[in-house]
Design a protein around this ligand. Structure first.
Ligand SMILES: Cc1cc2nc3c(=O)[nH]c(=O)nc-3n(C[C@H](O)[C@H](O)[C@H](O)COP(=O)(O)O)c2cc1C
Ligand code: SF4
Length: 678
């Protein structure tokens, strides 16, 4: 028996988990037609191969038609889900992982203008701020049909051969009935705590009647809403005991907080810059009060913290959910004594934020996650060893170097600065976002272990590159801020990078014109506002910071709201003129509604980047392919063969912002999908 607490088995009824690490339910929005098809299966199979004990599939899989898919959820109210779930479960079982699914009725946590346009139901007419639907109040016949829907769904799951189910209570219909804040029902479902739990126990009894006593049934719920007038800690302990004493369930999966607003959700599922494992002690209290199998996840992103969670007896099974989106092979690496090789989850929350934008989940720095059908998590060796020269050690260049080195190529990286990181290093200037350097540090360690040669402080020109006699050159030189966007007065502005890097100090009154809507603007805004300056952030868009998604916006707002910041939407900075030692800004609007002026000390412009592509153009004529990328071969996952210039001595490619301004994920994906076939 291994001595690592994380590697101890754990038994629930007839099911033995091979270790203590699980992925809790998380809907990555990969279903097709509401079904877990090939992409979905491949995603979970990769985690099963990586050694996880239990993969809790879905997230909020819908049991009823009036729980429409708000982030492309699985539709377990359809019989056709059974064969899809079965093939997923069989494939994961082959690799030794247990497989369960989370079932739910979302109640008011969805929208009525999705799927069948049925009215949204809840235990009151109170609207949930995050999804904005005004719900219908549950009637007796709603309760009857939803109880039956849960039982039907559970029966489908059992028929598919999964090991169990988990009911999602927190923030969803079950808990909307529990919480005094959202339940205005009359007796027997409203009023006392016993009444408010009645619906849940009716659901659990109906499920048990269908799936029998041996099938595993658990529940995920908040033990403390942390909201005035909501369920508090004492309620949470009472509910936990009732659930255990009912004899209807096999495990508790406890969270802490509420999810009806973006800030609430972010405290429940913390992101980078927030505390590690903030609710673990609370989960431990629930476990010690109930002496019942307890699961828990909330920003337990590293193995040491996970090990502590188990060794200290706070929980029985520890969730490392986003950590597995970054690296699906955590357990395999622990078992091989290779913990240092684990790609770290940096808490960027690109994954979760995307699903709330209606998109599919991707990890900011593992471009293979969610693309298992086309992108490898493990890179195989190339048939022929080649010399690959890369210019730029930002995320794109380092991903190219890492993948090329794993392919067994000889790799040289030139970097103009004295340190790697590119724009990620700039991001990490914000204390709260310094974990982003994990993206760089992990790649540097991987590259160094594979013999990649780095030449720092070299602004490589064509001669430097050609002196290496490369077979392939990859230009990953990034971009520089684009600020020349005004009708006049461009010379008077500074860029967000000037502020973030500290090269330019904020003055007393600042106008920040944000025409890109991304992190750089808010990051600069934090530096400016923290200096004591009066700051106005202006955007021509109809919303503020449109590229900074919901949960990532929360920490920015928390800090900016405390400071002297004005937010102005739908106005555009047109031009700028000097007036003594001050500036006069002419403000217009794409809507044509009004023109304004502002008298300020400093103007900061955020408008993305332009490619730093001099090297690319210098190398283009001498390349075999003229820098061309054959898109059909790239997308088919086969090597690039374009040879428009047979005299050319090397293949030439560009990746990341050296092509056009995008983001870290795009830069890394550019590099992975090109270099995996070189
Ligand atoms: C893309 C994504 C979707 C999620 N969807 C759900 C969900 O539907 N139901 C749920 O209970 N939790 C959901 N979660 C939350 C996770 O189960 C987990 O509690 C959370 O990510 C915190 O754990 P971690 O820090 O180990 O990632 C989701 C998480 C992610 C990243
Ligand atoms: S996007 Fe960020 S939070 Fe999400 S899995 Fe990747 S590193 Fe972790």
């Amino acid at each position: 028996m291994p001595s690592d607490p994380l590697l101890q088995p754990f038994t629930l009824k007839k099911l033995t988990f091979r270790n203590r690490i699980i992925t809790t339910s998380h809907e990555p929005a990969y279903p097709e037609d509401g079904m877990p098809k090939e992409r979905y299966r491949a995603y979970h199979v990769e985690r099963a191969k990586g050694g996880v004990a239990l993969t809790m599939t879905a997230g909020s899989a819908a049991v009823s038609r009036d729980s429409p898919p708000v982030f492309n959820n699985l539709l377990v109210y359809k019989d056709e889900v059974v064969p899809w779930l079965k093939s997923l479960a069989d494939a994961c079982h082959e690799h030794g992982a247990a497989v369960m699914i989370q079932l739910t009725h979302l109640g008011r946590r969805t929208r009525w203008d999705k799927a069948d346009w049925l009215p949204v139901v809840s235990a009151s007419h109170h609207r949930e701020a995050a999804h904005r639907a005004f719900p219908k109040k549950l009637e007796d016949w709603d309760i009857e049909r939803i109880v039956k829907d849960y039982a039907d769904a559970a029966e489908r799951v059992r028929a598919a051969g999964l090991d169990g189910i988990e009911l999602e209570a927190y923030g969803h219909l079950l808990e909307q009935v529990w919480s005094p804040l959202t339940n205005t029902l009359d007796e027997p479902y409203g009023g006392s705590l016993d009444n408010r739990l009645r619906f849940t126990f009716e659901v659990l009894r109906a499920i048990r009647a269908r799936v029998g006593p041996e099938f595993i049934v658990g529940i995920r719920y908040t033990g403390d809403e942390v909201l005035d007038g909501g369920l508090n800690r004492q309620d949470g302990l009472a509910i936990s005991r009732c659930l255990k004493d009912s004899g209807l369930i096999d495990f508790l999966n406890v969270v802490r907080g509420h999810i009806d607003t973006d800030p609430g959700l972010t405290d429940l599922i913390p992101i980078q810059g927030m505390a590690s494992s903030p609710h673990l002690d609370f989960a431990g209290e629930i476990r010690s009060a109930t002496q019942f199998p307890t699961f828990h996840a909330a920003r337990i992103a590293d193995v040491a913290t996970a090990r502590h969670a188990i060794a200290s007896g706070k929980v029985d099974m520890v969730g490392m959910t986003r950590a597995h989106m970054t690296d699906p092979h955590i357990v395999r690496k622990i078992m091989a004594g290779r913990e240092d090789d684990i790609r770290p989850c940096v808490g960027a929350n690109y994954c979760l934020d995307r699903i709330y934008q209606g998109a599919d989940a991707f990890c900011i720095h593992n471009a293979a996650t969610g693309r298992e059908l086309s992108m490898p998590h493990r890179i195989g060796p190339a048939a022929v060893k080649r010399k690959i020269v890369i210019a730029g050690a930002g995320p794109a260049g380092l991903e190219a170097a890492r993948v090329a080195a794993e392919r067994g190529h000889e790799v040289v990286v030139f970097e103009a600065s004295s340190r790697p990181g590119g724009q990620v290093r700039l991001t990490a200037q914000s204390h709260r976002r310094r974990e982003m350097m994990g993206i760089i540090d992990w790649r540097m360690a991987q590259c160094t272990a594979r013999g990649v040669k780095f030449r720092f402080d070299v602004m490589a020109d064509a001669q430097d590159v050609l002196a290496e006699k490369p077979n392939v050159v990859i230009v990953a030189t990034g971009g520089f801020p684009q600020t020349e966007i005004l009708k006049s007065g461009n010379e008077l502005v500074v860029s967000t990078w000037d502020i973030i890097s500290g090269h330019v100090k904020p003055r007393a009154s600042v106008l920040l014109f944000d025409d890109a809507g991304d992190h750089a603007a808010l990051q600069a805004a934090e530096f400016i506002a923290a200096s004591g300056a009066a700051l106005e952030i202006m955007t021509p868009d109809r919303t503020f910071a449109p590229e900074v998604m919901a949960m990532n916006l929360v920490p920015y707002m928390r800090s900016l709201q405390k400071l002297d910041v004005t937010f102005t939407v739908t106005f555009r900075l047109d031009s700028l003129a000097r007036d003594g030692d001050r500036l006069v800004a002419a403000i217009g609007s794409d809507y044509g509604g009004a023109a304004r002026t502002r008298r300020i000390d400093q103007v900061v412009v955020n408008h993305g980047t332009l490619p730093l592509d001099e090297l690319y153009w210098a190398l283009k004529a001498g390349s075999k392919n003229g820098g061309a990328v054959d898109h059909s071969r790239l997308l088919a996952g086969v090597p690039q063969t374009t040879a428009t210039n047979p005299q050319g001595a090397y293949q030439l490619f560009r990746v990341g912002d050296a092509v056009s301004a995008r983001n870290t994920h795009a830069a890394i994906y550019d590099a992975l999908r090109l270099v995996k076939d070189l």
